[in-house]
Design a protein around this ligand. Structure first.
Ligand SMILES: [Mn+2]
Length: 280
């Protein structure tokens, strides 16, 4: 896969980079539209077309951090073996003092990376941005299905769920409504970002399912839902979380690229770069 951005070699070499992008093109458990395995490549393909100057911070952050794109994790025998492979790779990168960004793939790729961050940082909480609860105990005979991600993550770290607008009966017993921010309530609230911050620990891992966005902004996802977040709601939340908490890593998942419309790919790349800018 190509490198994120189109930066000079000195700014993409492993040893020179604080940031490592780890593609996990896994699509073994998605239940409706297939194609999330093409997500990482689509984000990387779109990335050189970004403007790398940030209007808020008035700089080009890649020149300060370096951004290395790692060899992808290709293990796909089962969701369990993929999770183990992601966990191993992310753990190695964290021990090398890298800030790790996993690009999915469908949402099950987040279990291994969230676990690696949990074991290397004290008291992390996990901020999930998503249209879906993803709290089923199991789905289609697997506990590692993308519909079960947050049920697995909740076993080791407290979670806060933002942008939710689709639940199923089977997951309701796992849901803590005091830690869930429905998209509809966010639209009517002026204090929701502070309330999200109040629920998070100092160390935060972010798992970002792109279907949290309204489909008018990002339509290329495996399970789109109406009534989602807009760009500035997301960016305002990200600005607050990166400013007030220690974000230890993140993933961006569930891009299911449409070859006839690359808008979603570009927005996903822009989100990744903006989050890097906010971190450093
Ligand atoms: Mn989702």
């Amino acid at each position: 896969m190509r490198n994120f951005g189109d930066f000079p070699d000195t700014l993409t070499q492993y040893n020179n980079s604080e940031v490592v992008i780890l593609p996990v093109p896994y699509d073994g458990t998605s239940t409706w539209l297939k194609g999330a395995n093409k997500g990482p490549e689509a984000i990387l393909e779109a990335s050189p077309n970004l403007e790398f100057y940030d209007i808020d911070t008035r700089r080009e952050v890649f020149k300060h951090t370096g951004i290395h794109t790692s060899e992808p994790v290709l293990e796909c025998t089962s969701p369990e073996s993929m999770t183990d492979a992601v966990y191993e790779r992310v753990s190695e990168l964290i021990k090398d003092n890298k800030f790790v960004i996993v690009l999915g793939g469908e949402h099950s790729v987040s279990i291994g990376t969230a676990k690696a961050h949990h074991e290397n940082y004290e008291n992390i909480s996990v901020l999930q941005i998503d249209a879906h609860g993803d709290m089923r105990d199991e789905y289609e005979n697997s506990q590692y299905n993308h519909a079960c991600v947050m049920a697995r993550v909740k076993e080791f770290a407290p979670c806060v769920q933002v942008g939710i607008r689709s639940l199923c009966t089977e997951e309701l017993h796992n849901i803590d409504y005091s830690r869930m921010f429905f998209a509809e309530d966010i639209m009517k609230s002026e204090t929701w970002i502070e309330e999200v911050l109040d629920k998070l620990n100092e160390n935060v891992y972010i798992t970002f399912d792109l279907d949290a966005f309204d489909p008018s902004i990002i339509s290329s996802t495996g399970t789109p839902e109406p009534g989602g977040l807009n760009w500035y709601q997301v960016i305002d939340l990200m600005k607050a979380v990166f400013a007030k908490k220690n974000v230890v890593g993140f993933d961006v998942v569930e891009l299911c690229p449409n070859p006839h419309n690359k808008v979603s790919d570009f927005i996903a790349a822009k989100l990744v770069y903006k989050m890097i800018d906010l971190k450093f």
